[in-house]
Design a protein around this ligand. Structure first.
Ligand SMILES: [Zn+2]
Length: 203
């Protein structure tokens, strides 16, 4: 009886931290497939476990396994997340994520946990880390929303800069033309339309 009660209470103490299994779905994202929230997920909630066979780097056959879903727990242990049931493998990288990986090397477990409140329809993502970023994302350009926004801003700034340069060049050209003909300069001086005539009369 006492044993059962303690089991129930420890079970309940885990429950609030784990979201319902229906809080996400696999869907189409900008870069292929992604994992999306189907209901509000509160900051701090464990959303999903990243799981798969545990690979031991000391075993050559394990060490030889190569795929893009390998999640390194530490120098020795790696989760091979390429198994179909591991829906967490669909979670894409973001440089400004709404979730994080909660890595527990001793338990050999990884949970994906919300670090912000997530709204239904939002794509769930976490930061894959600098090593992954440098190896896989930097060479092709990170496609995360944050990087897309940054690129968009840079493009807009470059456009504005080009417009400024063009306007300056045009102003210079006009000034030059004015200096040659005298008309523009004179026009500016008295602000009247017949200024050109005055200039010519003087010349
Ligand atoms: Zn990014």
């Amino acid at each position: 009886m006492g044993h059962r009660a303690s089991f129930a209470s420890s079970f309940l103490s885990i429950m609030p931290a784990i979201a319902s299994s229906k809080s996400y779905r696999v869907g189409r994202s900008k870069t292929g497939l992604g994992l999306f929230a189907t209901m509000p997920i509160k900051k701090g909630t464990r959303i999903i476990r990243y799981f798969g066979p545990i690979l031991d780097s000391k075993i050559p056959a394990h060490d030889a396994i190569e795929n893009k879903y390998l999640f390194e727990l530490n120098g020795r242990w790696t989760i091979d997340g390429s198994v179909r049931k591991n829906l967490a493998r669909y979670i894409n990288h973001s440089c400004r994520p709404n979730a994080e990986s909660d890595v527990r090397p001793r338990e050999r477990k990884v949970f994906i946990r919300a670090i912000r409140n997530i709204e239904p329809g939002d794509e769930i993502n976490y930061d894959y880390g600098t090593d992954y970023f440098k190896a896989y994302l930097k060479p092709i350009g990170c496609k995360c929303e944050s990087c897309e926004k940054k690129r968009k801003k840079l493009r807009a700034e470059a456009r504005a800069e080009r417009a400024k340069v063009k306007a300056r060049a045009e102003a210079r050209a006009t000034k030059k033309a004015g200096a040659k003909g005298g008309a523009v300069k004179k026009k500016k001086l008295n602000g009247k339309h017949f200024a050109g005539k005055v200039g010519r009369a003087r010349a």
